[in-house]
Design a binder for this molecule. Structure first.
Ligand SMILES: Cc1cc2nc3c(=O)[nH]c(=O)nc-3n(C[C@H](O)[C@H](O)[C@H](O)COP(=O)(O)OP(=O)(O)OC[C@H]3O[C@@H](n4cnc5c(N)ncnc54)[C@H](O)[C@@H]3O)c2cc1C
Length: 420
């Protein structure tokens, strides 16, 4: 039997996150949209306790014996039913329902942390994560994108050159989420993608951890944005930025057909993070839909189900379509998470979920604004903000088009050279 019921442990975690989103995020959503570049410190300090506990648990696991690890795994399975990824997606949905920009302000390693977790050595994990167990709050970030290298990550021009006991980085990274907090405002770090050999293409691309305070790393701009305005998005310049040799993630050698530890290994972190972005899109879409339903109900308009399409009103047809799209996106997202929870490959499903959710939610929010007329356009309500916030989910961590390209390659069995 196929069972779509969530286990009790996950429902409890979801309820807790919903309460937090309702009490601590929604009420300040407008304020931190208007006051772009200011930080919601009450929320950050509140979440920091969770970050510290999670990181301490991860670090403890590094020093465990095989038996202790098996025991901890059993305990965690009892707590989250062996569905940590799925739980992550449920929490992201609730967080984005509260506010997507404020959600992104949560302190911790972020996407850079996911990369270190995926390919860092135990020693590197200890070194870079230990600070996330000590006050005050800290951030990590991941810097890939450049002016002429976004979707085509292989085109990056930032270089890392070996010089004695150091790597020396030169280049400019743009649109780095939490870049200012990681590189300037807290004792954090930035995972930077750079090439050590341009002639080797992708195989020459490696990632490096640059710690805050390293001479030569400078935040030069913080973006003014359409949406998720509570989250900082920075330009970071690296000018003769010297870092220790062992700050490289993965092997320093250029290996043709680079397999697990280098570029491909870090790319694989997206299989784990894309369902989270999809879940975030779903949270915003759900908020928009709930608002529409609430306003219709206030005006005595009920949405009917189970009736013939010929008898439906135009609004009912729209609402049914929006709900179906949201549910389809959620099911794809949960599937991508469940595969990873079972330690199965999920690249195809992660891209399907993100492509579907990013596009579906963009349409849902636009339709919601359209149906609500002035209520959708006014700053008295959050609907216009959700329309602005949702679009990012169709851009970062691979645009909708790029994720559809990945889906097509997987389904048709073509490599990147055949389908570009
Ligand atoms: C708020 C925000 C936060 C971000 N955070 C980060 C971050 O933390 N770290 C980071 O490194 N980057 C970050 N980014 C950058 C983001 O990942 C890139 O914007 C994204 O990958 C797209 O790259 P691009 O903007 O250069 O667009 P381009 O690659 O130039 O694409 C432009 C358009 O062409 C389409 N396109 C490109 N290639 C193809 C193709 N082969 N087939 C079909 N269509 C194609 C794209 O889908 C897009 O619609 C962030 C961006 C924003 C806006």
């Amino acid at each position: 039997m196929i069972d779509f019921e969530l286990p009790e442990q996950l429902v409890t975690a979801q309820d807790k996150m919903h309460a937090l989103a309702e009490k601590r995020m929604r009420p300040i959503a407008r304020e931190f949209d208007e006051r772009e570049h200011e930080k919601p410190w009450d929320f950050i300090n509140f979440m920091w306790g969770d970050t510290k506990r999670e990181v301490a648990g991860q670090l403890k696991a590094l020093d465990q014996t095989e038996e202790e690890r098996a025991e901890a795994k059993k305990k965690s399975a009892a707590q989250v039913g062996g569905q940590a990824m799925l739980m992550g997606a449920l929490l992201r949905e609730e967080g984005a329902w509260g506010d997507a920009g404020i959600s992104l302000c949560r302190p911790g390693g972020g996407l850079g942390g996911a990369a270190i977790n995926a390919v860092g050595t135990p020693e590197q994990k200890r070194r870079f994560f230990k600070r996330f167990t000590e006050d005050p709050p800290k951030w990590g970030a991941m810097a890939i994108t450049e002016a002429n290298a976004g979707s085509d990550t292989a085109a990056i021009t930032t270089t890392a050159t070996r010089d004695g006991d150091s790597w020396v980085l030169n280049g400019e990274k743009i649109f780095v989420t939490s870049g200012k907090m990681a590189a300037q405002e807290s004792d954090g770090w930035v995972v930077v993608w750079a090439t050590i050999d341009r002639s080797a293409g992708r195989a020459g691309i490696k990632s490096f951890v640059v710690e805050k305070g390293t001479p030569g790393m400078t935040v030069t701009k913080v973006e003014h944005k359409l949406g998720i305005r509570a989250s900082d998005t920075a330009t970071i310049v690296f000018e003769d930025c010297r870092i220790p040799l062992d700050n490289i993630l993965g092997a320093p050698e250029v290996q043709k057909g680079d397999t697990t530890k280098g570029f491909k290994g870090v790319m694989a972190t997206f299989d784990a993070t894309r369902p989270g972005v999809a879940a975030s899109a779903i949270g915003i879409g759900r908020a928009a839909l709930e608002f529409v339903r609430e306003k219709l109900a206030e005006n005595g308009i009920a949405v009917r189900y189970g009736i013939s399409p010929y008898r439906m009103t135009a609004i009912e047809k729209d609402i049914h379509g929006m709900e179906a799209n949201l549910k389809a996106a959620r099911l794809l997202t949960w599937r991508a998470c469940c595969l990873l929870d079972r330690r199965q490959r999920n690249s195809l499903e992660a891209s399907m979920a993100k492509a579907k959710a990013g596009l579906a939610v963009t349409h849902i929010c636009q339709k919601a604004v359209e149906l609500m007329g002035p209520l959708g356009y006014s700053r008295d309500y959050l609907l216009e903000k959700w329309m602005r916030d949702c679009k990012i989910n169709d851009i970062f961590e691979g645009t909708g088009q790029i994720n559809m390209l990945i889906v097509a390659r997987n389904v048709l069995g073509f490599g990147r050279d055949k389908l570009k």
